[in-house]
Each structure stands twice: as C-alpha cells, then as structure tokens.
Design a protein around this ligand. Structure first.
Ligand code: IMP
Ligand code: ZN
Length: 354
C-alpha cells in the first residue's frame, strides 16, 4: 500500500474541525446554485472564488473567506446540507470519531441560535445512524464577537448539555475567531464557569504571537486542549515558561499543518511545531481545522506529517491510537472507541501483510 492509500485507510480521529471551514467545493457549488435559483445578487461565480487550491493567504484573507461562506449558509436548509455533507466527507476519509465545532448564528426572521444548533445536532444523529462514525459537538465562542455574545453562547451550551435528547452530543466549548481580534484574558470568567458546569475546553491559543495573553490563559489551568499553540514552544517563537506550563498540565495540542502553512503563521511543513512537541513526547493530535478553506483532508494531513518528519507506518498507527485519549469522551466511551480503532488497525496490518 502506498503512503496515500495507507493514510486514507487508517481509522482516524478528527478533533479540530470548524463546520463552515470544512465545506468542500462541491458543497459550496451546491449552495451557490441554491442562491442563484432564488435570484441572489452579488454572488461569487464559482467555488474557486472562495477556495483557491495551492495558494497561501493571510489570516485576514482567511477570515474574509469565512465571511463569504457565512453568506452562503444563512438559512436552516443550508445548515442541514453543510452538516450532512461535511460529516459524509469525513466518513469517506475513514474518520471514526469526529469532534465538530461551530459558532451558533441567528438571523432575524430566518433562524435562531437554537434552531441552528438543533439542525446541526439532528444531522449528526442522522449520519451516526447511517455510518460507522461517532460525532460530538463543541460549541464555539468567537473571540471577535465580545463578551456578551460569549456569555450567551455559554448559556446555550449549558442548555444543550442538560437537554433530554441532545445532552450526550455536546462535549464542550471552543474559543476561536480571528486571533488578532479581542483579548482572550477577558474571556477567562466564561471559561471558568464553563468548566464548573462540566464542559471541556478547547482554546485556540498562540496562533499568532501573543505571549501575555497565552501566559494568562495557561496560568488559569482551565484548558483541556490547545488549538494550534504555534508560538508556545521556545524553538518556534514561544518561551520556556509557556512550554513548561503546557507540559506541567499535560495539555494536548491540536495541530493543523496545512492550515498554519496556508494562512502564513508557519513558514513551511519542516518549520512546523509538530516536530518540537513530538521530540519531547508531548501529546499531539493531527487535525484539519478547515478542510474546505485549506483544501485538505485528514488523510492528507497524516501524509504531509509522515513525509515531512519521516514517520513510519507504525508511528502513524500510534498517532491514531493516542488520539483516543485526547477526545472529550467519558472513560467508558474512550474504551469503546479504542477497541474500534484497534480492531481497524489490526485489519489494516493484516491487509498489508498478505
Ligand atoms: P463556523 O463556526 O462553523 O462558522 O466555522 C467558521 C469559523 O471558525 C470562523 O468564522 C472562525 O471563527 C473559526 N475559525 C476557523 N478557522 C479558524 C482558525 O484557524 N483560527 C481561528 N478561528 C478559526
Ligand atoms: Zn481552528
């Protein structure tokens, strides 16, 4: 089996995937056609306008892409379509466990935040019935929207975490959004309350250089997983103090190579902080971030890692298996997932040996 095929066949775990950023060209085209049929004006002419392949963008340009995608996903029918499509694409890429994340949105007279989340959750339930995948949802707080919106989102997350039908599907809170907007320190009281309510916390941290903010957030000892953490390790522009805080608390890092390279926060695959943390045997999980916007798949991310850092197939197996411990599942659910992954890995080893 060549490396591409092997990476595709691996039973994978995806822990950092933003719903809207994960839209494939096919889904974007479908949404465009629906808008055109309604007679919508000022629409991009093709998916290529929003998702150009093989290009680099600045972070600001990436957030402009999200703005355009949000214009195409401004109704419940579109939300249902994107949730289903994205999940099915992860299934097709052999993802066995998916933690999806999304920012609740409301549009006057069109949809409420509750309807938005209900629609995503119903799509998750439907797809879990049809496919061999387990899915959980992280509700995202957008750091550029201010504190009132963050408290509002936390209320919503608490409501769903106690919801009769959906409570098992909500596993925590994500903080994302433009890392140059707002100050995460202001959100610490929200994080504290979320944690007290039993919600797990994944926080986009040090995606750009911001030592003061990163230090304050790490000192709270509230964080369960770090998104990116690009500028934490002293070898990639962080500091000894930041790295030690992460190591002492054993906080896993969600690493998204293509995202960081294409948005320009990391110069090249070789320069990615994956190697520093791996060398130190710190828990890391390979993720896509926004597979649509950055034109990738989880298999492709494993392949890039393998080629860049000379990983063997056994290393890739270990990365898949280690990700089980980094999920926001209960111990019992982790045990079950580990069994599934192990079984699939054994099958793969058998196929390779004949
Ligand atoms: P949504 O929450 O489903 O609408 O997914 C898109 C949103 O995810 C964007 O508007 C950002 O708030 C967030 N996001 C996606 N990628 C990144 C990233 O690399 N850094 C920070 N935020 C991100
Ligand atoms: Zn992200």
């Amino acid at each position: 089996m060549d490396l591409s095929e092997y990476c595709k066949s691996l039973p994978k775990i995806e822990l950092h995937a933003h719903l809207t950023g994960s839209l494939s060209d096919e889904t974007v085209l479908k949404l465009l056609r629906a808008k055109q049929a309604e007679g919508g004006a000022n629409l991009p002419q093709s998916a290529e306008v929003t998702i150009q392949r093989g290009h680099k963008r600045t972070l600001e340009e990436c957030f402009e892409v999200f703005r355009i995608l949000h214009c195409l996903t401004d109704n419940l029918s579109a939300i249902k379509t994107i949730a289903r499509d994205v999940i099915q694409e992860f299934v097709a890429d052999n993802v066995r466990y998916l933690e999806l994340r999304t920012t609740p949105k409301s549009i006057n007279g069109v949809m409420t935040k509750n309807q938005y989340i209900d629609t995503v959750l119903e799509a998750m339930i439907d797809e879990m019935k049809l496919n061999t995948i387990t899915i959980r949802l992280l509700i995202s707080i957008d750091r550029s929207r201010g504190l009132d919106d963050a408290w509002d989102t936390l209320q919503l997350a608490k409501q769903y975490a106690a919801h009769e039908r959906f409570k098992n599907l909500i596993c925590g809170i994500d903080i994302s959004g433009n890392p140059r907007a707002g100050n995460l320190v202001e959100y610490i009281p929200v994080l504290r309350e979320a944690k007290q309510c039993g919600l797990k916390l994944s926080v986009h941290l040090a995606e750009v250089v911001n030592e003061k903010e990163t230090l304050e957030v790490l000192k709270t000892e509230l964080i369960d997983r770090i998104g990116h953490g690009t500028f934490i390790h002293p070898e990639t522009g962080g500091s000894q103090e930041l790295m030690q805080l992460v190591k002492d608390q054993g906080i896993p890092l969600e690493l998204c190579l293509s995202s960081n390279i294409k948005s320009g926060t990391v110069k090249s695959a070789e320069a990615h902080h994956f190697s520093c943390w791996r060398k130190d045997k710190h828990p890391v999980v390979i993720c896509t971030d926004d597979k649509g916007v950055f034109s990738t798949t989880l298999s492709e991310e494993y392949k890039i890692c393998a080629e860049t850092f000379h990983l063997k197939k056994t290393d890739l197996r270990e990365l898949c298996l280690a990700a089980v411990e980094m999920t926001f599942l209960s111990q019992e659910e982790k045990d079950r997932l580990r069994q599934t992954i192990l079984k699939d890995l054994d099958k793969l080893t058998h196929i390779e040996s004949v």
